[in-house]
Ligand binder design. Structure first.
Ligand SMILES: C[S@@+](CC[C@H](N)C(=O)[O-])C[C@H]1O[C@@H](n2cnc3c(N)ncnc32)[C@H](O)[C@@H]1O
Length: 510
């Protein structure tokens, strides 16, 4: 056995995966403490680790900067809107080239702000992106608009529009429509200036792509001009917002005034577009030439609904990073942007339920997915997915433990086991579909992190890779980054924890 220690309980629990069974290991092991129970019940995870351990290798070419948004900050276009959950264009360039494939159709079913799509297009690929959050969709559409705008017209407009004093154009009809969690996010003067800017653009800029770009500029400074900061799993409030229920003295530093922030953003955007246009012709490589003919097809919606409608065997490469199983709530973190795009509180709640389950509030989508497959007479495929999920013993081992902990109030939220269960069921559907839509010898390149709840590790990389193998995807690599998460000396000391793997998986269709 590798890494995990422990022995299998004699009568391992039979699980009905959609109706959680009470965890019985306690009766079997009669531990003196929960810690003993946990450490003795890791047999299935050890087995899975043993199965894959030769393919888990550190890849020195990958580091945390490359696998996160950070490396995008200074690259024209990519840095306009800070989508912190993204990976970098350099990662896409590196791994697409390493995949040995040099053209075809690339799919990102969790497209975010479109890093994989735009980087692939620049390499001469066609790309399809699916994204459920209108935030990423809006950012991608704006970027596509930027590729179309006429530089001279943009310059003329930027020269003509006021350099400040946006509040003077205030029009109530363009006022920010708050939802409860965004109320009080901006200083009053900022809100008036923002409404003035939007009213002016709507009335005075006729070209649709240009208007879209100006609207996007405003959208991408929302955090900078607000009292909030996207922080870890939620929106953090600066004490200056004067929120009654926010007791902390968090100070986010400088809060930009609207006039300055929008002027700087528009200058950035113009500079990037101008420099790309100026530099493009003499620098045209063969791949860049073909990128002019490449196209991006964007689909707004859940990949759980869109993927099953895609043609089998039509995709050459999947490059993606799904939400992590870490309780991160995109609809709260991006609440300002969602409200800006016109969503009300009910629409935001619905959106939360539509996203891949990774928050404790997500309800199971099993019956929805099942009826979708039955409607298209694909019950057999649903049964295969369900069977694969049901038989993944390492997952059910950890679910059993988490359910037991929840029953004993040992998790900081009792819905964590449900979230983990839903996450993996939905990912099982996604992986089945990715295999179906891939051509023979097509690859999936996926970025994801392992997670841990109350000291119990969920080996996301191994479980997802095992699903992949059941669906005819050979696991070529599970590359780990030099330093994973959860390994600060304090954490390691507190819980005797091992480092959590942060990985890039490469699967190939057999
Ligand atoms: C880790 S982020 C991907 C970021 C992306 N790689 C980038 O560089 O911008 C995961 C994305 O999945 C999206 N998402 C969540 N549930 C989804 C679903 N059911 N269908 C499609 N996209 C979904 C989230 O909105 C988020 O943008």
């Amino acid at each position: 056995m590798v890494e995990y220690s422990g022995s299998r309980p004699e009568n391992a629990v039979q699980l009905d995966l959609f109706k959680p069974m009470p965890f019985q290991a306690e009766a079997i092991l009669a531990p003196t403490s929960r810690g003993t129970l946990q450490s003795k019940f890791q047999f299935e995870r050890s087995k899975l680790l043993e199965k894959f351990h030769k393919r888990i290798t550190p890849n020195p070419e990958l580091d945390r900067t490359l696998v996160s948004f950070q490396a995008n900050r200074r690259i024209p276009f990519y840095g306009w809107f800070k989508y912190k959950e993204g990976f970098s264009a350099s990662l896409v360039n590196l791994l697409v080239q390493k995949s040995g494939k040099n053209h075809g159709l690339l799919l990102d079913p969790f497209a975010g702000a479109g890093t994989a799509l735009f980087a692939a297009k620049a390499l001469g690929w066609n790309a399809i992106g699916i994204e459920v959050l209108p935030v990423g969709h809006f950012a991608m559409s704006a970027r596509m608009a930027a590729e179309k705008v006429d530089l001279d017209t943009l310059k003329r407009i930027l020269d003509r529009i006021p350099k400040g004093g946006w509040a003077n154009y205030f029009d109530e009809n363009y006022a920010f429509q708050h939802i409860p969690i965004t109320r009080g996010a901006f200083p009053t003067a900022t809100e008036r200036a923002m409404a003035g800017f939007r009213a002016f653009c709507c009335r005075s800029v006729r070209d649709y792509s240009l208007r879209q770009l100006l609207d996007f500029a405003c959208f991408s400074i929302l955090e900078a001009v607000s009292y909030t900061r996207k922080d870890g799993q939620y929106l953090r409030w600066d004490y200056r917002a004067g929120k009654e229920r926010v007791l902390s003295r968090f100070n986010k530093g400088t809060i930009l005034g609207f006039d300055t922030a929008i002027r700087d953003k528009l200058e950035d955007i113009f500079r990037d577009i101008a420099s790309t246009r100026r530099n493009a012709p003499p620098l045209l490589h063969e791949t860049q030439k073909s990128s002019y003919h490449s196209a991006i097809d964007l689909r707004l919606g859940s990949c759980l609904e869109v993927l099953p409608q895609m043609k089998a065997g039509s995709v050459d490469l999947v490059f993606t990073s799904p939400p992590y199983c870490n309780r991160y709530d995109y609809t709260r973190t991006y609440a300002l942007e969602l409200a800006y795009l016109g969503m009300d509180a009910t629409a935001v709640k619905e959106l939360r339920q539509n996203m891949l389950s990774c928050t404790v509030e997500n309800r199971a989508k099993v019956s929805q997915i099942e009826s979708q497959y039955s409607r298209s007479h694909r019950q057999d495929e649903f049964a295969q997915i369900e069977r694969t999920f049901r038989r993944q013993s390492a997952l059910h081992e950890v679910l059993g433990i988490l359910e037991d902990m929840a029953a004993h109030d040992q998790l900081n939220n009792g819905n964590i086991p449900k979230m983990v269960r839903n996450y993996f069921f939905e990912m099982c559907v996604v992986i089945y579909e990715l295999s179906r839509v891939l051509r023979r010898s097509g690859q999936v390149i996926m970025v994801n992190d392992n997670v841990r709840y109350a000291g119990e590790e969920v080996p996301v990389d191994l479980i997802l890779s095992d699903f992949a193998e059941q669906f005819n995807l050979r696991v070529k690599h599970i590359w780990t980054l030099a330093r994973g998460k959860g390994n600060s000396s304090q954490q390691m000391g507190e819980h005797g924890r091992s480092e959590l793997r942060k990985c890039v998986y490469v699967w190939e269709k057999g």
